[in-house]
Design a protein around this ligand. Structure first.
Ligand code: AKB
Length: 312
């Protein structure tokens, strides 16, 4: 039987593409998209849509009841750069929306949860290259602290109440269909828009800042596959490391230049440099590859080609 899905934060960068893919997979009527406002007409007009506030437990519970929801994908969050500007709200949104959904599963009103974590759970004392699944985690950003605490709660609800919650530590995500909002890895999306429109881009990170990244197609596949995996394959109940590629602004600019030879990049690092410097440069995701068969398809070369084809 198909799951009956509620996506909270369906109009965001990941939610938009996730809604389209889940509707194709399980049928439009089985996927209820929701967000705080009708922010994306494609999502709003392509199937059932509800306006809800992820901080309102009663609203979420009501939707679960009237739509007979089995699975929730909780995609609403404040990302790293925005969270630094509004720490109290970031903590409130990122933590309490998670508690609402965990508590619905604890009381058996839903069966399964997907909750996104991030490479932001790591911090300046974490080994930078090939960052292991289990290692020092001392995040120095509000966003990272909320994601790390969220991971601990997911594992606690699994161990204590048997809640089926599944999670991935997303790297920076790159997509052509929906712009990102308020992240530190956003430069890797902005650069494509500016390369096409202006043939130049001023980067808010320094030239050699290497970060883990992933094309959205791979991120969506990973999200759907971890949710489809039999419960016994999921051995980590906090969150799985996930990786596809790592590159610096210099390297992505060089790749874009292969298609747009006139393209020029300049550097003017701002407050986001400190956040980027605290994160890993590359990730060891062997646990995800072993446990539930994770495999990425896109590298820097194929991702760049696909982005430029779609945006041009
Ligand atoms: C951000 O930059 O805040 C996000 C993330 C790495 O979680 N893209």
């Amino acid at each position: 039987m198909n799951p009956k899905i509620l996506i909270i934060g369906a109009c965001g960068q990941i939610g938009t593409e996730l809604t389209v893919k889940l509707r194709k997979l399980y049928g439009t009527e089985n996927v209820i998209a929701s967000d705080i406002r009708k922010l994306n007409t494609d999502v709003v007009n392509s199937g059932p849509f509800e306006v809800i506030n992820a901080l309102d437990f009663n609203q979420i519970e009501h939707l679960v009841e009237i739509h007979h929801i089995t699975d929730i994908y909780l995609m609403a969050a404040l990302l790293s750069a925005t969270a630094e500007k509004n720490p109290a709200f970031a903590w409130d949104l990122n933590m309490n929306s998670l508690f609402h959904v965990l508590n619905l599963a604890k009381s058996k009103k839903i069966k399964k949860i997907f909750w996104p974590s991030s490479i932001a759970v790591f911090g300046p004392t974490t080994p930078k290259e090939n960052t292991p699944q289990y290692t020092i985690m001392e995040p120095s950003t509000v966003y990272g602290i909320s994601k790390q605490a969220g991971e601990r709660w997911c594992e606690y609800y699994h161990n204590t109440y048997g809640v089926d919650v599944r999670s991935i530590r997303y790297p920076g995500l790159i997509s052509w269909s929906t712009p990102p909002g308020g992240g530190t890895t956003d430069y890797a999306v902005d650069i494509f828009y500016k390369a096409i429109a202006d043939k130049r881009y001023e980067c808010f990170l320094s030239s050699e800042t290497k970060m883990p990244m992933m094309y959205m197609d791979d991120a969506i596949d990973a999200t759907i596959n971890i949710m489809k995996a039999p419960a016994e394959e999921i051995k980590i109940h906090s969150s799985y490391n996930l990786a596809a590629m790592s590159f610096t602004p210099t390297e992505i600019a060089a790749e874009i230049k292969k298609h747009i030879p006139e393209f020029e990049i300049t550097y003017n690092p701002d407050f986001r440099q400190k956040i980027a410097d605290s994160w890993p440069a590359s990730i060891d995701d062997s646990a995800a590859r072993t446990d539930w068969d994770w495999n990425h398809k896109f590298d820097l070369e194929s991702m760049t080609k696909d982005m430029l084809e779609h945006l041009s």
